[in-house]
Design a protein around this ligand. Structure first.
Ligand code: FES
Length: 156
């Protein structure tokens, strides 16, 4: 037994520093293991696809106007084909509503004609037309990530 001074619990400074060192080594080892474990998992973020099927062409007789709330898009079918117009206002992203022969934004009052052209601001741009195509299974597909020239219709 050494002659080192001890506290009232009988632990010397040397013993305390030794225990603290062992604790630090254990803690840093656990942190290192946690980091290695995290590195083995890919840091992947899944995002919902912006390309989606809307149904078969026969479900959209000429004259159909359908709003898909969950996809934020209006689908139109007429004798010239299909087209899709985004329902996301180009001002601050509110969802526009069909209004008369066009669309109106409930947030700040922007108005658009039936082709998505801005009639009254503050929206800075027209509502984008989105690419429409047909899947090999026959369903109509809208790709909300691909903007196309307004007036372009997809003929089935
Ligand atoms: S978000 Fe549509 S007008 Fe402001």
């Amino acid at each position: 037994m050494s002659n080192e001074p001890r506290n009232k619990n009988g632990v010397s400074r040397r013993d305390f520093l030794g225990l603290a060192s062992i604790g630090a080594v254990i803690l840093s080892s656990l942190t290192l293991l946690a980091g290695i474990f995290r590195l083995t998992k890919a840091d992947v973020h899944y995002e919902e696809s912006k390309k989606f099927k809307i149904g078969r062409p026969e479900e959209f007789p000429p004259g159909t106007v359908k709003k898909l709330d969950d996809k934020k898009v209006f689908i139109f079918a007429d004798k010239d084909g299909f087209h899709a117009v985004s329902s996301v206002c180009t001002h601050l992203g509110c969802i526009v509503r069909a209004s008369g022969d066009g669309f109106q934004c409930p947030c700040h009052g922007s108005k658009f004609n039936k082709n998505g052209k801005v009639l009254a601001g503050p929206a800075p741009r027209n509502l984008p037309w989105l690419e429409v195509s047909r899947h090999v299974d026959g369903n109509i597909v809208v790709d909300a990530s691909r903007e196309i020239k307004a007036g372009t219709k997809f003929k089935v």
